[in-house]
Design a protein. Structure first.
Length: 456
């Protein structure tokens, strides 16, 4: 009361105007509260009363305040957790969508560019680097958007960052081998670094697999190109081994040679014996395609070429050739072989057939197929062979061809006038290049110009 400037008289007058009673709500927390109430009541001359109340109400009120505050915090935290979960889910969904595009990359460089684009979209770093590793050697580094300083390029280091607290180093491993390291420098929101690291770990296997597949595909492509180069060379050599076309006073000899691939299982050869006015030759069709068949064809043609030079074609010669050629054929392989001879003095054409059964003839007497049966060579020691002989006339045209061409003609129909040598040749050449073909297409075509003792 002294602080207020009240003496006993003034205090009693002041409080008497506004009070009728002093009441102490005793919570039991202060043992001296009753004595203080009595002293004050006597000082201001007012009645007093003590009402015990305890602290239950206070505890209830304070508890309610605390619960309300905790509920508000949990709601806020729940909203933050939900937002974080939604953000992480969206990031993983985007990561899945982005990494699914990696299978479209054809080369490792394409994969590297795609990986850095994914890193840019997911982490928004200041810079990123793709460090390829092969056989523990670091190859050309790819940066995005610009070169960044590196502490160490050793392939056995998993962290190459200047600021580890603001970046991530991802080791891309596949099959127990490190394919590359991706450095992510200075992410925009480092407070999410833990989420970023987990996200980086989740996409690393997919990225590593894409790198391994790209390297495998590149190696396969390199090997394919090497094989293709070898096959193209084999095809070029094969064409150089074929004899050139012959233009003589007594005959014209033209050819069609169109392999299904780079090399052919077909081959042909001929010899012009000028002194005898005789043209001898052969047409060969070995089963199969590819380099192996081409090599087999070259070996067989060497044997046949020698026989054609020395002997006139008959069933005995072809039977002997069949036995000589047996070692050149593996199980399941065989060949069709036709030997022919044009005798321009006797005006006679002879051919013996071993599997090439149809020959197209254009003459004044006949226009169409001449079918001569005969077994393939290279299967059995004893073969069924047949010889055909026909009289020649000036202007006759003969077309010996393998089944790749003859079967196409069976479907489309033979030329209206096979005696038209130029027109028929053009049609055969066109058919040999059509998409409907299914086999090597080869033909040896001869037109008779003059008969008798004419000079070559």
């Amino acid at each position: 009361m002294s602080d207020w400037g009240f003496d006993k008289t003034l205090a009693r007058q002041f409080f008497g105007e506004s009070l009728t009673r002093l009441v102490l709500l005793d919570s039991g927390m202060d043992a001296s509260a009753g004595g203080k109430l009595l002293e004050f009541a006597e000082f201001i001359a007012q009645p007093h009363e003590t009402i015990p109340v305890g602290i239950d109400f206070l505890q209830h009120r304070l508890g309610r305040f605390l619960l309300e505050d905790r509920l508000a915090w949990e709601k806020k935290q729940g909203a933050q957790d939900t937002a974080r979960a939604n953000r992480v889910r969206a990031e993983y969904a985007m990561a899945f969508e982005l990494t699914s595009r990696l299978n479209q990359a054809a080369t490792e460089k394409d994969v590297a560019v795609a990986v850095l684009e994914i890193v840019d979209l997911l982490f928004a770093p200041r810079a990123a680097a793709y460090i390829p590793v092969q056989s523990r050697w670091v190859k050309e580094i790819i940066y995005r958007p610009m070169p960044v300083p590196l502490k160490n390029r050793a392939a056995d280091k998993t962290s190459l960052l200047d600021h580890p607290e603001k970046g991530i180093a991802i080791s891309l491993n596949h099959g127990g081998e490190r394919q590359a390291v991706v450095e992510i420098h200075d992410v925009v929101m480092p407070e999410y670094m833990e989420d970023y690291r987990n996200l980086a770990l989740s996409i690393s296997p997919v990225c590593a697999l894409a790198i391994a597949n790209a390297r495998t595909n590149q190696q396969l492509r390199k090997e394919q190109l090497a094989v293709q180069a070898d096959v193209e060379l084999a095809g070029s050599v094969q064409r150089q081994l074929l004899p050139g076309e012959l233009i003589r006073e007594v005959f014209d000899l033209r050819t069609v040679f169109s392999p299904q691939g780079w090399v052919s299982g077909d081959f042909f050869g001929y010899r012009w014996l000028n002194g005898q006015k005789v043209l001898r030759g052969y047409l060969l069709d070995v089963t199969g395609h590819g380099v192996a068949t081409a090599l087999q064809t070259a070996a067989i043609s060497a044997v046949v070429d020698d026989a054609v030079t020395r002997f006139s074609p008959d069933e005995g010669v072809l039977t002997l050739l069949n036995r000589q050629l047996m070692p050149y054929f593996a199980e399941g392989s065989f060949a069709a072989l036709l030997l022919f001879e044009f005798d321009f003095i006797r005006a006679r054409l002879t051919w013996v057939n071993g599997g090439i059964n149809r020959t197209l003839v254009g003459s004044a007497d006949l226009s169409g197929w001449v079918v001569v049966p005969g077994s393939y060579v290279g299967i059995l020691d004893e073969v069924e062979l047949h010889t055909h002989t026909m009289e020649l006339h000036e202007g006759d045209a003969i077309y010996f061809m393998t089944d790749g061409l003859s079967e196409l003609l069976e479907k489309t129909g033979i030329p209206e006038n096979p005696q038209d040598f130029a027109g028929t040749l053009k049609q055969l050449q066109r058919m040999s290049e059509t998409e409907e073909r299914w086999d090597d297409c080869t033909a040896v075509c001869v037109r008779v110009n003059r008969l008798g003792e004419a000079d070559a």
